[in-house]
Every structure is written in structure tokens, then in C-alpha cells.
Design a protein around this ligand. Structure first.
Ligand SMILES: *Cc1c(COP(=O)(O)O)cnc(C)c1O
Length: 397
């Protein structure tokens, strides 16, 4: 009997995936020499069947783990029911997602604009800030990262992300992080908003000081400036609280969310306080808040709540740090850790270490040139943390 074809993938077994991507994708990403085809929990597999511990989570996207059963189930059911729904119609899944989201977000935030990504949430924040304050300027932090579209990029510090695309949106200035005096100097009567990460992710896991943020909050209130807190990387249990702002005892006027909001499905949100009121038809999105994303979001948030994922992040992060500090690591200058957001500042470049870890079947990330960034799925096992610590001890001696 002739062989029955199982799926379109059987046909593709002989294909060179790397070559295809190299041929057809515009090469903006610095590639790792690996074809990932599968994930489960804190593990991913390549096309050769090799298994890796994922200490990156696609940059804090897979907080609830890869192929989380609840998320898979929710997406499958919703896909068979309604994938797309124009935002001018009400939708049951969106309604339930919004209710779920606002059951966990800070109490002063009352309304959301739903997006497909982080940068879109940041764009909405800037547009809304200008519309509401009738002012035009923004202040952001050096080493901050807020996204790649024009508005968000204008608030992103790194020169290599900006220079060939200039001119950017006018009215943005940068100040050193955690330096209140310098911030006061640049703020003026035309400052609409200040955007900050509480812990700078891309910039090197730089932890914001509580006192600094409390002063920034006071300044914003006093000068009618909107405080925009970017929790795209720090949100959803990563640092030991549902949201990192809970560590700081302040209220934001807007918070941007994305990355792990929907179990890995593309989604973002801008959360707004009552100060933010926007007329109809002034802003919008075709896909933002679509039923599939909302279904994934509900499942993801439910999983976080049922498993108290913020507690796991705190306990596992502290455990990891304790275990790692048992070793004398000559290549390490400093470890900055809060929950499972971990930055290991090296005395040398991080890139060779990342490649070394990859050989040991561990995926990790850079943050700037000398920081090794670890953002594992929060469901990671203690055993996997032990393995990672042992490998780190080998490569960082
Ligand atoms: C990833 C990230 C963004 C951009 O999100 P995208 O979904 O890539 O557009 C913005 N801010 C922070 C802090 C991020 O980590």
C-alpha cells in the first residue's frame, strides 16, 4: 500500500528552515543558530530533538509556561467559535477579559485600550497624554526601552535603534534613571508625560528606587504631568507581585502592558486612570482586543491567580540567587534580582557567555553589552533552576 500522507509537515521534513528564513525574512534579528519547533512549560525543543531550559521566555512572554494547557484549551475553543470581531461590536469574550483584567490591576486604573503589542500600548499612551493635557513634550529615561514604532522609539534611548530612522517624533528628552534632580531640570510647562520602566529590562535590569518614583509621582501631580509606567516586561507576576508597581506604593496615570498578558498570544493593553478621557473615533485598532487574544488572556490570568504565580516568582527568584551566591564567580560584577527578573552584570561581554550557555542547552538573553538577563517561565521547576545554577557556575568562574 502507498504511504498515506500524515500532514503537510511530512512533505517539509527535508527542508532547510534556516536557509528559508535567511532567504525570505528581512534580516533585522541577530539570529541564534537554532530552529525551535516545540515548547512545554519551561522547556523548548529544536528540530533535532534537543531539549533546552528556557531562561528567556521569549523576553518574559511565556510567564505561564509554553503551551500552557489552559491557554491552549481556551485558544482552541475560541478559534472554533469566533476568531475576529470588529471593535465596533460588543463581544462576550472581550467583556469577560476586561472584567478579569481589572480584577487584578491597580484600583485607580479604570479603563483599557487593547492592542496587539507593547509598542502600540505605548503609542496610545503618548497620543492620549497629548490629547488630555493639550501639552506636547515627554520625558523618558536613559537606557529605557519602550518599543520600535515612531512614538515609542522616540522614548527609547539606544542610539542604534534610532539613528538611521530619524527624524523621530519631536518633544522627547532623556534623563538619567533614578536621578530626580535631573528630571526636575528638564520638565517644563509643556511636559505632557513622563514615561518610565520601574525596572529597566533591555537597559540592563536596573532597579528603580522607591524614593525616586515617589518623588516623580509628586512632581507629576503638582505639574499636571501624566505618569506613564511601562510594565510590559515587569508585569504579570515576574517580580513577585502581580504588577511591579505594587512594590513602589505609587499610582500611575497610565500603565502599559503586553508580553505575558495572554500566555504568549500577541496582545497588549494601555490601562488608564479617570483623568484619561478620549472622544469617540479618535483612536482605534483592527485586531486589538480580538476574541482569540482575549480568550488567551483570561486563561493566562486565571492560571496566574490559581497558582499564585507571583509567590512562585518571588520564592524561586530568591532560591536561585541564594544558590548562585554559594559560588565564587570571578566573571561577575553584580547580581540584580527581583523575583524571576535577574540581571547578572559581568566584567566582560555577555554574548560569549550566552553562546556558552546555549551549548549547555540553556537559553538566556543579553541586556546591554555586559548584562546576562534571565527571565524564565515562572512555572520553572527547582530542578531546572539547580541545573542552570550549576552551568552558570561552570561558565562564570
Ligand atoms: C518589549 C517591550 C516593549 C515593546 O513591546 P513590543 O510588543 O515588542 O512592541 C516596550 N516596553 C518594554 C519595557 C518592553 O520590554
Amino acid at each position: 500500500m502507498e504511504k498515506v500522507q500524515q500532514s503537510h509537515k511530512d512533505d517539509d521534513k527535508m527542508k532547510d528552515y534556516k536557509a528559508l528564513v535567511q532567504q525570505y525574512e528581512i534580516g533585522v534579528y541577530p539570529m541564534r543558530d537554532l530552529v525551535l519547533v516545540k515548547g512545554k512549560g519551561a522547556h523548548v525543543w529544536d528540530d533535532q530533538g534537543n531539549e533546552y531550559i528556557d531562561m528567556a521566555s521569549g523576553i518574559s512572554v511565556a510567564n505561564v509556561g509554553h503551551a500552557n494547557d489552559k491557554v491552549v484549551d481556551a485558544i482552541s475553543k475560541q478559534a472554533a467559535t469566533l476568531i475576529t470581531c470588529a471593535n465596533t461590536f460588543y463581544n462576550d469574550t472581550k467583556a469577560l477579559f476586561l472584567e478579569k483584567l481589572f480584577s487584578i490591576t491597580p484600583g485607580n486604573l479604570k479603563k483599557a485600550f487593547l492592542t496587539n503589542s507593547g509598542t502600540e500600548a505605548v503609542e496610545a499612551a503618548f497620543k492620549f497624554a497629548r490629547a488630555v493635557t493639550k501639552k506636547t513634550k515627554f520625558v523618558a529615561a536613559m537606557k529605557g526601552f519602550h518599543g520600535r514604532t515612531y512614538g515609542a522609539l522616540s522614548a527609547t534611548f539606544k542610539k542604534e535603534y534610532r539613528d538611521i530612522f530619524e527624524p523621530l517624533v519631536p518633544g522627547f528628552s532623556f534623563v538619567p534613571f533614578n536621578n530626580f534632580e535631573k528630571l526636575v531640570e528638564v520638565v517644563d510647562d509643556n511636559t505632557a508625560g513622563i514615561i518610565l520602566e520601574l525596572i529597566q529590562g533591555e537597559g540592563g535590569i536596573n532597579i528603580g528606587q522607591k524614593e525616586y518614583f515617589q518623588k516623580v509621582r509628586e512632581l507629576c501631580t503638582e505639574k499636571n504631568i501624566l505618569l506613564i509606567i511601562d510594565e510590559i516586561q515587569t508585569g504579570f507576576c515576574r517580580t513577585g507581585k502581580m504588577f511591579t508597581i505594587e512594590h513602589y506604593g505609587i499610582e500611575a496615570d497610565m500603565i502599559t502592558l503586553a508580553k505575558s498578558i495572554a500566555g504568549g498570544f500577541p496582545m497588549g493593553a494601555l490601562l488608564c486612570s479617570e483623568k484619561i478621557q478620549i472622544e469617540k473615533s479618535r483612536h482605534g485598532s483592527t485586531f486589538g482586543g480580538n476574541p482569540l487574544a482575549c480568550a488567551a488572556g483570561i486563561a493566562s490570568i486565571n492560571f496566574m491567580l490559581e497558582n499564585k504565580l507571583w509567590e512562585q516568582a518571588e520564592a524561586k527568584g530568591n532560591y536561585f540567587r541564594e544558590q548562585l551566591s554559594k559560588y565564587t564567580l570571578s566573571k561577575v560584577r553584580e547580581i540584580r534580582q527581583i523575583g524571576l527578573m535577574i540581571g547578572i552584570e559581568l566584567k566582560e561581554k555577555s554574548q560569549p557567555i550566552i553562546l556558552e550557555l546555549l551549548k549547555h542547552k540553556i537559553l538566556s538573553l543579553p541586556a546591554g553589552t555586559t548584562v546576562l538577563r534571565l527571565l524564565p517561565p515562572l512555572v520553572i521547576s527547582y530542578e531546572d533552576l539547580d541545573i542552570t545554577v550549576n552551568k552558570l557556575a561552570e561558565v562564570l568562574v
